[in-house]
Design a protein around this ligand. Sequence first.
Ligand code: SAH
Ligand code: SF4
Length: 369
Amino acid sequence: MPNAADNATECRAAAGGNSAALLHLLGCDLPALRQWVEQHGHQRYRADQIAEWLFARGADTFAAMTNLSKALRAWLDEHAIIYRSHVARESQAGDGTRKLLLSWPDDTSVETVWIPDGRRNTACVSSQVGCPVGCRFCASGLGGFQRNLTAGEIVEQALRVRRLIESGEPGSTAGRLTNVVMMGMGEPLANYAAVIAAIRIINAPWGLGIGARKITLSTVGLPKQIRRLAQEDLQINLALSLHASNDELRRTLIPWDKTPIAELLGACAEYFAGTGREVTLEYVLLAGVNDQPQHARELGHLARRLRCNVNLLRYNVVPGLPYDRPSSDAAFDFQRRLRAEGINAHVRSSRGRDIDAACGQLRRAAEHQ
Ligand code: SAH
Ligand code: SF4
C-alpha cells in the first residue's frame, strides 16, 4: 500500500509532473493531505476540514471553505486545484441515463455515465483514456491507448456524477450517489495503483463514503493483479469479462490476452477465497459468434467450477465493427440453457443505448451489481 508521502508525490505528479504544479486534491487521501498541509506549516486538522469540504460537501472552490482562514484559502488557491476537468458535452438517454464527456487540460477526454435506477444511482467511471487491450468488439480500444488516468481524475468522475444527481436540475431525480462501477473506458487493472488509490478515496468514510459492496471493478482479466486485489483488504465486487466459453474463441475476441481461461478462473477463485465476494462473469452475447447452444453448455461447465454468477449482456452495436446484437429471445434462450446447467445467470438490460451508440461502451448492466 502506498504511504502518505508516495501518495502526495503522486498527487503532485498527477497535477502536472513538476513540483511547481498545482496539487490535484481529489486524488489525495487524508493521510497525504495531512502530511501536505503540515509540511507547509499548517495545522494537521486543517486537512480534515479540507477533506470534508472536498469529499463530503462537494465544494468546487476554496472560497466556499468558509471555516478556513482567508490566508489559508488564498494559499490553497495558489498551490492546489479541486476539479481539473470541464464538461465538454452532456447527453441524456430516453431511459434517464446521462453521459458526460469530461475534458482534461491536456485535451484528452473520457466518458462518465450516471445510471439512475429507482433509488440506486450508479456512476460508471473510466480508468484510462482509450484502452491498450483492444477487444475486437469494443469501441474503447479502437483509437488505441492514450494514457492512464490519475487517482484524482477517477475520483473526479464520481464526484461529477454526484453533483449532477444532487443538482436538482430538470431531469435529475432527487437522490444520492449509491454505486460506483469501473466499467467505462480502459482496463482498470492495467492502471492498478491509481485505480486502487481512487477506490480507497471513494470508499473511505472521510471520502465519498460508498460501501465496498457498492463498488464494482470490471476487468478483462489480469490474473496477477486479480490476486493482488484479493490481498488489498477491499471487499469490492469483481467482474471478469469472459465473453467466450473456450480459449480459442476468447483469443479471437481478445487477442491481447493469451491467458488460458482456467488460469483466469483460478485467480477469481482466489479472489473469492480472499474476500468472500462472489465473482461475476460478464458475457457479451455476439449474435452467431458466442451465443450458440454449445457455448452455453461450455460456459456452464466453466462457471460451475467457481462461486459466481453470470451476467449476460446483449452486444451494443459499434458502427464499423463486424458484430451484431442478438435478439432478446436468443439471450433468454441462452440464459435458460445456463440455468439448466445450474448456473445463476441474468440477462442485464441495456441502459442508455440511444446515447451509447457513439462509444458502444458505456451502456452498462450496472444496476444489479
Ligand atoms: N476493460 C474492462 C472494463 C471496461 S468495459 C473490461 O473489459 O471488463 C466494461 C464491460 O463492457 C466489459 O464487460 C466489456 O466487454 C463490455 N463491452 C464493451 N463493449 C461493449 C459493447 N459494444 N456492447 C456490450 N458490452 C460491451
Ligand atoms: Fe478495453 Fe474492456 Fe474495451 Fe476490452 S472491453 S477494449 S478491455 S475497455
